[in-house]
Design a protein around this ligand. Sequence first.
Ligand SMILES: Nc1ncnc2c1ncn2[C@@H]1O[C@H](COP(=O)(O)OP(=O)(O)OP(=O)(O)O)[C@@H](O)[C@H]1O
Length: 253
Amino acid sequence: MIEIKNIKKTFNGKEVLAGISGRFEDSNTSLIIGGSGTGKSVLLKCIVGLIKPDSGGVYYDGRDFINGDRTIRTQIRREIGMLFQGSALFDSKTVEENVMFPLDMLTDMPKNEKLDRVNFCLKRVGLENVNKRMPSEISGGMMKRVGIARAIVMNPKYLFVDEPNSGLDPLTAVTIDELIAEITDEYKITTIVVTHDMNSVMGIGEYVMFLYKGRKLWEGDSQNIVETNVPELKEFLFANKFIKHMKENEANG
Ligand SMILES: Nc1ncnc2c1ncn2[C@@H]1O[C@H](COP(=O)(O)OP(=O)(O)OP(=O)(O)O)[C@@H](O)[C@H]1O
């Protein structure tokens, strides 16, 4: 479980996060949603330690990630897997080398064990016989799968994903969302996904936090989100034609 308490961040006098709190549970896929520039990525970066908040706390299973001692912070970092926007694969490395990279950097496992782990993870994300391909030789959806395999290769307790669907067609996007949710459940990971994709919200949103201008205006799940009375969230939701139709059909019986 990850808990955040009253996270605040200001850049050059502009308040980007105005005190965000929330809990992200184990084995759950939690989503941080909101329009462009509302602070989703900055919040995610504060949680993973890429940006230091001005104030507030981030606790990984009760361990203080911001003010805890160095050993604790290093330990937590090793328990984190990340999938960045655009997959962020190394263009000059093969699929196998990309997935093996964290094992090369952070472990002294023998080569054959590393290879077994890489193959296990590639198989888990539905990729076989692509080990020797270069990223430029595979599709966008396959790249995401490679990114997910790399994110889970160290067997993380916590998984962070920034816009998993960017650049994917809607069908491929759904399969990537489902893969993230399945892996989260299977390995009891605490997963946080930043997205503005309403299909993701409706498909995998076990816990959803809605940000608006640096504030948390709503939290809940995909079941109760369409019942919201928060005007800013309604506007965000109903900008999506599918949700709008669903709601209108419901109202018309
Ligand atoms: N390093 C930085 N220095 C200064 N301002 C920043 C920095 N990072 C983000 N910001 C600003 O903080 C605000 C929130 O940005 P953020 O990237 O978190 O938005 P977002 O909700 O993730 O948007 P999008 O969906 O478009 O990615 C924006 O106004 C952005 O310009």
